[in-house]
Design a protein around this ligand. Structure first.
Ligand code: E4P
Length: 217
Protein backbone atom coordinates (compact mmCIF):
# COMPACT_ATOMS: atom_id res chain seq x y z
CA UNK A 1 0.00 0.00 0.00
CA UNK A 2 1.32 3.43 -0.92
CA UNK A 3 1.18 6.25 1.62
CA UNK A 4 0.55 9.83 0.49
CA UNK A 5 0.47 12.88 2.74
CA UNK A 6 -2.70 14.96 2.62
CA UNK A 7 -1.18 18.39 3.09
CA UNK A 8 -0.11 21.58 1.33
CA UNK A 9 2.28 22.65 4.07
CA UNK A 10 5.89 22.14 2.96
CA UNK A 11 7.13 22.72 6.53
CA UNK A 12 4.97 19.83 7.67
CA UNK A 13 5.79 17.60 4.67
CA UNK A 14 9.60 17.99 4.74
CA UNK A 15 10.34 16.36 8.12
CA UNK A 16 7.91 13.50 7.50
CA UNK A 17 9.37 12.85 4.06
CA UNK A 18 12.74 12.12 5.71
CA UNK A 19 11.21 8.80 6.81
CA UNK A 20 11.36 7.55 3.19
CA UNK A 21 7.85 6.20 3.76
CA UNK A 22 5.98 8.86 1.78
CA UNK A 23 5.04 7.94 -1.80
CA UNK A 24 3.19 11.10 -2.85
CA UNK A 25 1.11 14.07 -1.72
CA UNK A 26 -2.50 15.13 -2.17
CA UNK A 27 -3.45 18.79 -1.99
CA UNK A 28 -6.85 20.39 -2.38
CA UNK A 29 -8.05 23.99 -2.76
CA UNK A 30 -8.94 24.28 0.96
CA UNK A 31 -5.50 23.05 2.05
CA UNK A 32 -3.71 25.32 -0.44
CA UNK A 33 -5.86 28.31 0.54
CA UNK A 34 -4.55 28.01 4.12
CA UNK A 35 -0.97 28.54 2.97
CA UNK A 36 0.37 32.02 2.38
CA UNK A 37 2.19 32.72 -0.87
CA UNK A 38 1.81 31.82 -4.52
CA UNK A 39 0.18 28.45 -5.11
CA UNK A 40 2.59 27.60 -7.93
CA UNK A 41 5.60 28.20 -5.68
CA UNK A 42 4.02 26.03 -2.98
CA UNK A 43 3.25 23.17 -5.39
CA UNK A 44 6.71 23.41 -6.93
CA UNK A 45 8.35 23.12 -3.52
CA UNK A 46 6.20 20.10 -2.62
CA UNK A 47 6.85 18.44 -5.98
CA UNK A 48 10.58 18.85 -5.60
CA UNK A 49 10.56 17.52 -2.00
CA UNK A 50 8.45 14.41 -2.65
CA UNK A 51 9.32 12.44 -5.76
CA UNK A 52 5.99 10.63 -6.19
CA UNK A 53 2.71 11.95 -7.63
CA UNK A 54 1.51 15.31 -6.27
CA UNK A 55 -2.21 15.92 -6.78
CA UNK A 56 -3.12 19.50 -7.71
CA UNK A 57 -6.80 20.24 -8.14
CA UNK A 58 -8.57 22.29 -10.81
CA UNK A 59 -11.01 24.85 -9.44
CA UNK A 60 -13.00 25.41 -12.64
CA UNK A 61 -16.33 23.62 -12.92
CA UNK A 62 -16.72 23.66 -16.71
CA UNK A 63 -14.87 21.29 -19.03
CA UNK A 64 -13.04 23.88 -21.18
CA UNK A 65 -11.75 25.82 -18.20
CA UNK A 66 -10.80 22.61 -16.39
CA UNK A 67 -8.54 21.65 -19.28
CA UNK A 68 -6.95 25.11 -19.35
CA UNK A 69 -6.26 24.87 -15.61
CA UNK A 70 -5.01 21.28 -15.92
CA UNK A 71 -2.44 22.44 -18.47
CA UNK A 72 -1.30 25.26 -16.16
CA UNK A 73 -0.98 22.86 -13.21
CA UNK A 74 0.90 20.23 -15.25
CA UNK A 75 3.58 22.76 -16.17
CA UNK A 76 4.47 23.39 -12.52
CA UNK A 77 6.37 20.10 -12.19
CA UNK A 78 6.67 16.74 -13.94
CA UNK A 79 5.19 14.80 -11.02
CA UNK A 80 2.04 16.94 -10.72
CA UNK A 81 -1.10 14.96 -11.47
CA UNK A 82 -4.48 16.53 -12.07
CA UNK A 83 -7.15 16.28 -9.43
CA UNK A 84 -10.67 16.67 -10.80
CA UNK A 85 -14.01 16.66 -8.97
CA UNK A 86 -16.43 13.84 -9.69
CA UNK A 87 -18.97 15.82 -11.73
CA UNK A 88 -20.27 15.52 -15.32
CA UNK A 89 -17.68 17.97 -16.57
CA UNK A 90 -15.03 16.46 -14.31
CA UNK A 91 -15.54 13.02 -15.82
CA UNK A 92 -15.39 14.49 -19.33
CA UNK A 93 -12.14 16.26 -18.43
CA UNK A 94 -10.77 13.06 -16.89
CA UNK A 95 -11.55 11.13 -20.06
CA UNK A 96 -9.96 13.84 -22.22
CA UNK A 97 -6.79 13.89 -20.12
CA UNK A 98 -6.64 10.08 -19.94
CA UNK A 99 -6.64 9.92 -23.74
CA UNK A 100 -3.64 12.25 -23.67
CA UNK A 101 -1.98 9.93 -21.11
CA UNK A 102 -2.15 12.63 -18.43
CA UNK A 103 -2.55 11.21 -14.93
CA UNK A 104 -5.64 12.14 -12.95
CA UNK A 105 -7.05 11.79 -9.45
CA UNK A 106 -10.85 11.93 -9.49
CA UNK A 107 -11.84 13.35 -6.13
CA UNK A 108 -14.93 13.75 -3.95
CA UNK A 109 -16.12 10.20 -4.58
CA UNK A 110 -18.87 9.13 -2.16
CA UNK A 111 -20.53 6.15 -3.86
CA UNK A 112 -19.60 2.95 -5.70
CA UNK A 113 -21.54 4.12 -8.76
CA UNK A 114 -19.43 7.28 -8.93
CA UNK A 115 -16.31 5.12 -8.67
CA UNK A 116 -17.47 2.98 -11.61
CA UNK A 117 -17.80 6.10 -13.75
CA UNK A 118 -14.37 7.39 -12.68
CA UNK A 119 -12.82 4.07 -13.75
CA UNK A 120 -14.67 4.11 -17.06
CA UNK A 121 -13.47 7.69 -17.63
CA UNK A 122 -9.89 6.41 -17.31
CA UNK A 123 -8.97 7.93 -13.94
CA UNK A 124 -5.51 6.98 -12.67
CA UNK A 125 -6.77 7.27 -9.09
CA UNK A 126 -10.20 7.63 -7.54
CA UNK A 127 -10.44 9.28 -4.11
CA UNK A 128 -13.31 8.00 -1.96
CA UNK A 129 -13.72 10.26 1.09
CA UNK A 130 -14.13 8.02 4.12
CA UNK A 131 -14.28 10.46 7.04
CA UNK A 132 -16.86 12.72 5.43
CA UNK A 133 -19.12 9.70 4.83
CA UNK A 134 -18.69 8.55 8.44
CA UNK A 135 -19.64 12.11 9.48
CA UNK A 136 -23.09 11.68 7.92
CA UNK A 137 -23.62 8.27 9.52
CA UNK A 138 -22.58 6.15 6.53
CA UNK A 139 -19.55 3.87 6.36
CA UNK A 140 -16.37 4.96 4.62
CA UNK A 141 -14.93 1.47 5.09
CA UNK A 142 -17.92 -0.13 3.31
CA UNK A 143 -17.45 2.30 0.43
CA UNK A 144 -13.83 1.22 -0.03
CA UNK A 145 -14.83 -2.46 0.24
CA UNK A 146 -17.54 -2.07 -2.41
CA UNK A 147 -15.30 -0.19 -4.82
CA UNK A 148 -12.56 -2.81 -4.39
CA UNK A 149 -15.00 -5.64 -5.19
CA UNK A 150 -16.35 -3.86 -8.27
CA UNK A 151 -12.91 -2.92 -9.60
CA UNK A 152 -11.75 -6.52 -9.15
CA UNK A 153 -14.88 -7.88 -10.89
CA UNK A 154 -14.07 -5.87 -14.01
CA UNK A 155 -10.32 -5.64 -13.70
CA UNK A 156 -10.53 -1.83 -13.72
CA UNK A 157 -7.06 -0.29 -13.64
CA UNK A 158 -7.99 2.82 -11.63
CA UNK A 159 -6.24 2.82 -8.26
CA UNK A 160 -8.23 3.30 -5.07
CA UNK A 161 -6.83 6.23 -3.08
CA UNK A 162 -8.56 6.18 0.30
CA UNK A 163 -9.00 9.81 1.41
CA UNK A 164 -10.51 11.85 4.24
CA UNK A 165 -8.81 9.51 6.71
CA UNK A 166 -9.57 10.24 10.35
CA UNK A 167 -7.87 7.46 12.30
CA UNK A 168 -5.24 4.74 12.36
CA UNK A 169 -8.13 2.27 12.31
CA UNK A 170 -9.25 3.65 8.93
CA UNK A 171 -5.74 2.88 7.64
CA UNK A 172 -5.76 -0.70 8.96
CA UNK A 173 -9.21 -1.38 7.54
CA UNK A 174 -8.45 -0.06 4.05
CA UNK A 175 -5.17 -2.01 4.04
CA UNK A 176 -7.12 -5.20 4.86
CA UNK A 177 -9.48 -4.46 1.97
CA UNK A 178 -6.57 -3.74 -0.37
CA UNK A 179 -6.82 -0.03 -1.19
CA UNK A 180 -3.87 0.90 -3.41
CA UNK A 181 -3.09 4.17 -1.64
CA UNK A 182 -4.02 5.92 1.56
CA UNK A 183 -3.60 9.68 1.93
CA UNK A 184 -2.95 10.79 5.48
CA UNK A 185 -3.07 14.11 7.28
CA UNK A 186 0.37 14.43 8.98
CA UNK A 187 -1.29 14.01 12.40
CA UNK A 188 -2.58 10.54 11.45
CA UNK A 189 0.75 9.54 9.87
CA UNK A 190 2.44 10.26 13.23
CA UNK A 191 -0.27 8.27 15.05
CA UNK A 192 0.56 5.18 12.96
CA UNK A 193 4.02 5.03 14.51
CA UNK A 194 2.92 5.34 18.12
CA UNK A 195 1.90 2.62 20.56
CA UNK A 196 2.05 3.12 24.32
CA UNK A 197 3.34 -0.43 24.88
CA UNK A 198 6.23 0.32 22.50
CA UNK A 199 7.17 3.35 24.63
CA UNK A 200 6.74 1.47 27.92
CA UNK A 201 8.62 -1.57 26.63
CA UNK A 202 11.52 0.52 25.40
CA UNK A 203 11.73 2.38 28.70
CA UNK A 204 11.90 -0.93 30.57
CA UNK A 205 14.52 -2.46 28.25
CA UNK A 206 16.75 0.60 28.54
CA UNK A 207 16.38 0.82 32.31
CA UNK A 208 17.21 -2.91 32.79
CA UNK A 209 20.19 -2.54 30.48
CA UNK A 210 21.48 0.54 32.32
CA UNK A 211 21.17 -1.19 35.71
CA UNK A 212 23.24 -4.13 34.42
CA UNK A 213 26.18 -1.85 33.63
CA UNK A 214 26.72 -3.70 30.33
CA UNK A 215 27.54 -1.83 27.10
CA UNK A 216 27.36 -2.63 23.42
CA UNK A 217 30.87 -2.02 22.26
C1 E4P B 1 -8.10 14.07 -0.46
O1 E4P B 1 -7.50 14.14 -1.49
C2 E4P B 1 -8.60 15.22 0.29
O2 E4P B 1 -7.63 16.26 0.22
C3 E4P B 1 -8.79 14.94 1.76
O3 E4P B 1 -8.52 13.61 2.09
C4 E4P B 1 -10.00 15.52 2.36
O4 E4P B 1 -10.07 15.16 3.70
P1 E4P B 1 -10.97 15.91 4.79
O5 E4P B 1 -12.33 15.31 4.73
O6 E4P B 1 -10.29 15.60 6.09
O7 E4P B 1 -10.96 17.37 4.43
Amino acid sequence: MKIFLDSSDIQEIKPLNKSNLIDGVTTNPSLLAKQSGNFKTILKAIASEVKGPISAEVTATKFDKMIIEANILRKIAKNIIIKIPLTDDGLLACNYLAKKKIKTNVTLCFSPSQAILAAKAGATYVSPFMGRLDDIGESGIELIRNIKTIYQNYNFKTQILAASIRSAEHVTEVAKIGADVVTLPPKIFKQLIKHELTDQGLEMFLSDWKKSGKQIS
